[in-house]
Structure formats: structure tokens, C-alpha cells
Design a protein around this ligand. Structure first.
Ligand code: HPA
Length: 248
């Protein structure tokens, strides 16, 4: 039976009524929540809300290692992560979706590897292409089937948060080549690579990044944009799940 992990971000805290929920406690402490299991045709889906059931865990305090380790223990065939992001390039309009193919990590002080301490088994994960080609292509195909407007490719800069960026920080991200900015793709993507799990990100554009829009960025505006865009994101995901049922 094919299986997939789904990590929900801001605006996607649940998928529906699960068959069962797995309370997993491994070597890295507690994941953000229990992992909810769904049977969608032939697909076993495991859903985890990154910020916890009540959306109380800030990006820098997410236990990314416990989350990825929980998916590894459930032996999922890969992970699709949903990330609310700010848009930097004009191609990525608020309210629409994209699947980035590159990232730049600006985060600091997070437990960012399974090889944190001397004595841990040390690995230097290959990470030139941080997102899985298979799931990345699957998301692009699903958007086409679902007739949802989605930009393929782009670079996401991952900042520390929880505050939003300064206008100068966004200009630096832009000079570095970032098209999008978010707070949660790292170390999640790198840990998935270390764990040997395919990982792709579906980005939901919540706002123009700091200094780029006409108005200051507010959480109220972000939430309103996300609410509408998540309908399209859910449609892409549901289509992907259907395609995965027939793929294996
Ligand atoms: N910056 C970082 N993360 C975000 C943003 C942003 O502007 N919007 C939504 N998540």
C-alpha cells in the first residue's frame, strides 16, 4: 500500500476525520502532534500539523527532528510539506501557489541534523537539489489536472522568525536569488534528506514580503489570503493523493 506524509503549515491544521492517530515518542522527543492516519483509496496518508493542534508552536521551536523521525518510523514513502510564504518575485502573486526547487537557509540555532553530537553517526547529506524530483513533479502534474494556477520552481529563503523580515532583509534575500520567503522549510527538508525520505514543498503565497507591497504585512491580511488559497492547495493535494493511489 503506498503511503505519504503530509505536513500542514499555517492555514492547514487538519485534513479531516482520521482512521486513527499515532502518538509517537522516539529518540528526539515529542512531535508537534499525534500523526493522523487516513485511508484514501489505496493510499495511507499520515498528517502532522507542524505548529501543533492549536497552532501554538512557533517556527523556531518546532521539534523538526521528532517530526521527521516520526514519519521515518511510520515508513512513509515521502513527505509533502505545505508552507505559507511571503512572495518576493513578481511571478509569485499572493493567493497563488508554487513548488520551489531550491532554498537558502538563513535560520540559526535550530536542531538541524540527526548528527548533532560527536558520537552520533555522522553523515554529510547530499543536498544540491533539496526537493524530491518525484513529488515535485507530482505536485506540478496534480495542479495541471486540478486546473489550479501553480508556479513551478523558484528559490525559497528560510528565515528564523517568528517576526517578519525587515525590508532590507528582503532586499538581501532578493539579491541572493530568493523568490519566496518562509520560516519552516529548514531544517525540515534537510532532516528528511538525512532520513532518506523524499520531500517536496507546496508553497502558499500569503503576502508580498516586507517592503514590497503597498501596505504593511499584517497577520489579519495573511490569514485572509491563506484561507482562500488553501482551497486551491487542498485541491492540488487531493489530486496528488488520487494520482499516488494509482502510481505504485
Ligand atoms: N516572511 C516569512 N514567512 C512568511 C511570510 C513572510 O513574509 N508570510 C508567510 N510566511
Amino acid at each position: 500500500m503506498p503511503s505519504l506524509g503530509l505536513i500542514g503549515g499555517t492555514g492547514l491544521d487538519h485534513w479531516g476525520e482520521p482512521v486513527q492517530t499515532h502518538a509517537i515518542r522516539g529518540d528526539y522527543g515529542r512531535p508537534s502532534a499525534g500523526l493522523a492516519e487516513y485511508h484514501l483509496g489505496a493510499l495511507r496518508l499520515f498528517f502532522l500539523p507542524r505548529h501543533g493542534e492549536n497552532h501554538t508552536i512557533p517556527p523556531h521551536a518546532v521539534n523538526y527532528r521528532a517530526n521527521i523521525d516520526a514519519f521515518r518510523r511510520l515508513q512513509v514513502g515521502g513527505i509533502v510539506a505545505v508552507n505559507a510564504v511571503g512572495a518576493i518575485s513578481s511571478r509569485y502573486v499572493p493567493g497563488t501557489l508554487s513548488v520551489p526547487d531550491q532554498l537558502i537557509d538563513y535560520t540559526w540555532g535550530r536542531a538541524h541534523s540527526f548528527s548533532m553530537n560527536s558520537g552520533d553517526s555522522l553523515q554529510h547529506a547530499e543536498f544540491a537539489r533539496p526537493f524530491s524530483g518525484r513529488l515535485h513533479a507530482g505536485l506540478i502534474n496534480a495542479a495541471a489536472v486540478a486546473q489550479v494556477n501553480l508556479a513551478a520552481g523558484g528559490c525559497i529563503g528560510v528565515t528564523q522568525g517568528p517576526r517578519l523580515e525587515t525590508a532590507a532583509e528582503i532586499q538581501r534575500c532578493k539579491r541572493d536569488g530568493c523568490d519566496l520567503v518562509g520560516m519552516t522549510t529548514m531544517p525540515e527538508a534537510a532532516l528528511a534528506r538525512e532520513a532518506g525520505l523524499d520531500y517536496a514543498s507546496l508553497c502558499v503565497h500569503a503576502n508580498w514580503a516586507a517592503g514590497l507591497g503597498d501596505e504593511p504585512v499584517t497577520m489579519a491580511a495573511i490569514d485572509a489570503t491563506l484561507k482562500a488559497a488553501m482551497v486551491a492547495a487542498r485541491s492540488v493535494l487531493a489530486t496528488l493523493f488520487e494520482e499516488l493511489c494509482h502510481a505504485n
